[in-house]
Design a protein around this ligand. Structure first.
Ligand SMILES: C[S@@+](CC[C@H](N)C(=O)[O-])C[C@H]1O[C@@H](n2cnc3c(N)ncnc32)[C@H](O)[C@@H]1O
Length: 283
């Protein structure tokens, strides 16, 4: 299924490729840099223990309210009467940026959802000026409520969350802010080069498996140039640049502590008699 929000850096276009490279065997799935959760919503729940995490407290509050049936109902009730207008957008943005503004969690979630939905490219900053009936989003929110029912929603920075959930059968899918694109993420206290290095050091010490999606650049490749670490590259159309230069591509990288080219180590490699659909077996 789709996520109920679009998100900067969301993996909608890459989710199939990512899920195809999940390891064969794990019992705990931890999505460390959750964002819109495009990979979590795409993968099949199987029987694994699932964790969604993000360091953005407004985003985590939205996920927690969508997860809870009664809060999701109250949130939708507020959204039903929301205005798709620049004045309302600016007012909400001010309220959410005020750390002293007190309100119920479901109201904060409704406001944040409006900012995501009505901002240009879901960037949260500028009003998109696009007609949209927000009630048409409710069926997807309802599906997300059902899908998140058994998911643990965490709010922590990766260096705390990864060791906490690490076991030999844990699998961490990590989609950090891309190197040199960190400024697009708000409400996280910044993501510096030191954090990229700390993430590498944390991941090199895990007992479980990890899969990272990153932009393919020299810094990232050098960071993970270690024994037992495997990389796989892919180029996808660069939507923004293609407007000016046809054929522009964006290089993506998968990095893992298991062999991404060995089908016997991949979930996908074990399913030769079936077609895959987000990890769901279809006869
Ligand atoms: C590239 S986005 C993830 C997109 C997500 N995979 C999707 O498909 O929607 C990166 C996410 O990392 C979160 N983030 C930034 N710093 C973090 C930290 N220190 N620990 C955990 N999450 C963090 C951001 O809030 C952002 O949502």
């Amino acid at each position: 299924m789709n996520s109920f929000i679009s998100w900067v850096g969301g993996k909608k276009a890459l989710r199939d490729w990512i899920v195809q490279h999940f390891p064969f065997c794990y019992s705990r799935y931890i999505e460390v840099f959750g964002g819109g959760g495009w990979v979590l919503f795409h993968k099949h729940p199987r029987n694994d223990f699932e964790v969604y995490n993000d360091f953005n407290s407004l985003l985590v509050n939205l996920f927690r309210c969508v997860q809870c049936k009664s809060k999701a109902r109250k949130m939708k009730k507020l959204l039903q009467y929301s205005l798709n207008s620049r004045e309302e957008f600016d007012r909400i943005r001010k309220v959410l940026n005020n750390p002293n503004a007190r309100m119920a969690d479901y109201r904060r979630a409704a406001y944040y959802y409006q900012l995501i939905r009505y901002s240009y490219s879901s960037g949260l900053d500028s009003f998109a000026s696009q007609p949209h009936d927000i009630r048409s989003d409710f069926p997807l929110i309802d599906m997300a409520t059902r899908r998140l029912a058994n998911v643990v929603v965490e709010h922590g920075s990766f260096e705390r969350v990864i060791p906490h959930y690490d076991r030999p059968t844990s699998f961490f899918y990590c989609d950090p802010p891309y190197h040199t694109s960190e400024k697009f993420y708000k409400n996280i206290g910044g993501f510096t080069e030191k954090k990229h290095i700390l993430l590498r050091d944390t991941l090199l010490n895990v007992k479980g498996r990890f899969l990272l999606s990153y932009n393919d650049d020299k810094f990232v490749r050098e960071l993970y140039d270690h024994k037992g670490i495997y990389m796989l590259e892919k180029k996808r159309p660069h939507n923004m640049r293609q407007r000016f230069k046809g054929g522009s591509e964006f290089p993506e990288l998968l990095i893992a502590n298991y062999d991404l080219n060995d089908p016997s180590q991949l979930l996908m490699g074990q399913t030769t008699l079936f077609h895959m659909n987000g990890g769901l077996l279809l006869p």
